[in-house]
Design a protein around this ligand. Structure first.
Ligand SMILES: C[S@@+](CC[C@H](N)C(=O)[O-])C[C@H]1O[C@@H](n2cnc3c(N)ncnc32)[C@H](O)[C@@H]1O
Length: 281
């Protein structure tokens, strides 16, 4: 379009905003019509009203593979294999499906397993083979069980997870519960307590998403507990810069993966990751 002499002349004219109004109107209408169509389909299809679940667009999964490979220093083809392994894990889907079906929140739950960014958490655990993983913010336990499935596949490692809500962790059921210690606690008390003092933390998921101040306090509390090569992940990196600031203070790297949900109106969240410093020229 920039090469078209007519549009070039229009763009140079003082009347350009008026002249291009129909083009701009058509663009924004097309965009919003697609959003309305997706939203209407979701309103009919889904029962969820909080903590939306979705799959990721295929090209977004490919970005996730590169993101995990960079953060963990792994080959991207190995990471693609881990992502496929999680998606094809029939036992994991069966157990999560059974847990959701008997939940007392099943009336507002979709009976379909959609992992979103958690599939990247699975690949992180498979790539890093951590001995000790900590999660703040268990919620129902979807992430905890995905992490546990990767730990079981590794044949080593435990997860400690905490949530302030006493209804949390309902999906942490056999066989995944054998590698998970779930506690009901404020995350700062949890990080100061015995549940996370057993070993250095190799992988931390900061997922309470409470406030920026709370996340900063979680990172400060966890700092002395981390192993030298630890990776720290935070979902709310799309809302505030706490993890990237902490990474810089600690002389670490920072990257962010942006989710692109498939067939969903929700714009998605993501994964912020801080990992040991790369050697720079
Ligand atoms: C986004 S959800 C966690 C999602 C979960 N990791 C998953 O994979 O589905 C955030 C959770 O953090 C919990 N939370 C909020 N503030 C907290 C706090 N101060 N201490 C512990 N948990 C907290 C909430 O109860 C909520 O269940």
């Amino acid at each position: 379009m920039q090469h078209n002499p007519l549009t070039r002349r229009i763009a140079a004219s003082p009347l350009a905003p008026l002249a291009t109004f129909p083009i701009r109107l058509a663009d924004v209408t097309r965009h919003n019509a697609q959003s309305v169509k997706k939203s209407a389909a979701w309103l009919v299809r889904s029962r969820e009203h909080v903590h939306y679940t979705y799959d990721l667009e295929p090209h977004n999964l490919e970005h996730l593979a590169w993101f995990v490979a960079t953060v963990t220093g792994s080959r991207v083809d190995a990471v693609r294999g881990y992502l496929a392994e999680a998606q094809e894990d029939a036992e994991l889907r069966r157990v999560l499906g059974a847990g959701l079906a008997r939940s007392d929140r099943r009336a507002t739950t979709d009976p379909v397993i959609r992992y979103g960014r958690r599939i990247g958490w699975y690949a992180m655990v498979r790539a890093l083979k951590p001995r000790f993983v900590v999660e703040t913010g268990t919620n129902r336990g979807m992430g905890s069980v995905v992490i546990a499935a990767a730990l079981l596949r590794n044949g080593t490692g435990r997860l400690a997870t905490a949530d302030i809500d006493d209804r949390s962790g309902e999906l942490i059921i056999p066989p995944y519960d054998k590698v998970v210690d779930h506690v009901v606690s404020d995350s700062l008390e949890f990080l100061a307590g015995p549940a996370v003092r057993q070993d250095p933390i190799d992988l931390l998921f900061a997922d309470t998403g409470h406030t920026a101040e709370h996340e900063r306090a979680e990172l400060a509390a966890a700092t002395p507990l981390l192993s030298p090569g630890a990776v720290v992940l935070a979902t709310k990196a799309y809302c505030w810069p706490e993890l990237s600031r902490w990474a810089e203070e600690q002389g670490r790297e920072f990257l962010f993966f942006n989710e692109q949900p498939r067939d969903h109106w929700y714009p998605g969240v993501g994964i912020g990751a801080s990992f040991p410093a790369l050697v720079r020229a």
